[in-house]
Write a protein that binds this ligand. Sequence first.
Ligand code: ADP
Ligand code: MG
Length: 402
Amino acid sequence: MAISNPFKESEVLDIYKNKSMLKWIVLAVSIFISTGSILYTNVLVEQLKDTERRYINLFAKSLENTINEDVNLTFLTQEIIAPNTSIPVIWADADGNPIDTRNIEVDSTRGIAHINAQLKEEMKIMEDIYTPIPIQISDDNDFQYIYYKNSFLLTQLTTYPYIQLSVIAIFGFIAYLAFSYSKTAEQNRVWVGLAKETAHQLGTPLSSLMAWLEHLKLDNDFKDQALVEELEKDIARLQMITERFSNIGSVPVLNEENVPKLINTIINYLRPRISSKVNIRVDTISENIIAKINAPLFEWVIENLCKNAVDAMSGVGNLHIKVMRGSDYKVFVDITDDGKGIPKSKIKQVFHAGFTTKKRGWGLGLTLVKRIIEIYHSGRIFVRSSEPDVGTTFRIVLSTKL
Ligand SMILES: Nc1ncnc2c1ncn2[C@@H]1O[C@H](COP(=O)(O)OP(=O)(O)O)[C@@H](O)[C@H]1O
Ligand SMILES: [Mg+2]
């Protein structure tokens, strides 16, 4: 009796639809938060800039008044000029020679010429940012200038959101890697554990069956030899299944196998078991193509791919397997059917666990196939081409050495 998939087709497909939608939502929210935070900081920066500019104008005015000595000096010095402990300021004469500075670090151990050169360098930078504020000395047309730039705090605030967002992005990326790594590790444990357990569970009744078979063979009163032969075949098949599961559950041994020969053996086994209206052809450019293979697992792969192909053709059509040699010690196996094909939008999903379009499908066949080829054989498998109503080609890439 076939067990049907307890999930309805649409439910399983929805998992993938929702997953990709979730990705877009997360991306959109991240962009929204990032832009919002940058825009908000920019508003703060603009406000602070304005305050600093106004303050420095006041500072310049106060300085002008102090020089011209027409107001209360103590008040100006204490309330406006002295409290500037953050905005870098250079006060220079009309010819651009520095007179005094605030909040600028100079190396006082060096000579005056060196310090002046450093200050002039700084004035050039300041001039590019803000036009220096002129202050009038006495009543004649003698001017001096106040050069200034943003305070250290303001400069930091401008770059802060970018640094903050980069740190968050790096952290998010590392967290994502860690999560997906632990998810893969967990999936691996489930695969290996289940396979080992299955092999183990099958082992006991299997050895008992073999013992019973030997008993029957030796029983002279038992005349039905045909029955014994059928039993032997079924037991051999059970043994093969146990071997597959035990290979999946451990590190499988790879041997040098003749690929066309192995494939022909598998096809000869499959041929009487699938619809006679499927015409199977195996082509090879040479009878002697060797690759590193674990035979029981590779049989499983070919069986799965052929069964899918037959399903796609609804039991009528052509199945073509081609073995080729590639460069760099590669061997290609192409499995082509002229079935219903896979829509472009679904090609990426066929290898996902649980993806199926069949009423009684589990969507695990290709997941297993990919796992066997990529993890146990260090090879590759992909949909080489597929077109609705024309057919599909899966390509396996194996290596002749490891
Ligand atoms: N040769 C093929 N032609 C068309 N569709 C295919 C082919 N092989 C696989 N598929 C699609 O990929 C799905 C997943 O295949 P698989 O993992 O073997 O699971 P299942 O056979 O249980 O559905 C199938 O349901 C089918 O839609
Ligand atoms: Mg399948």
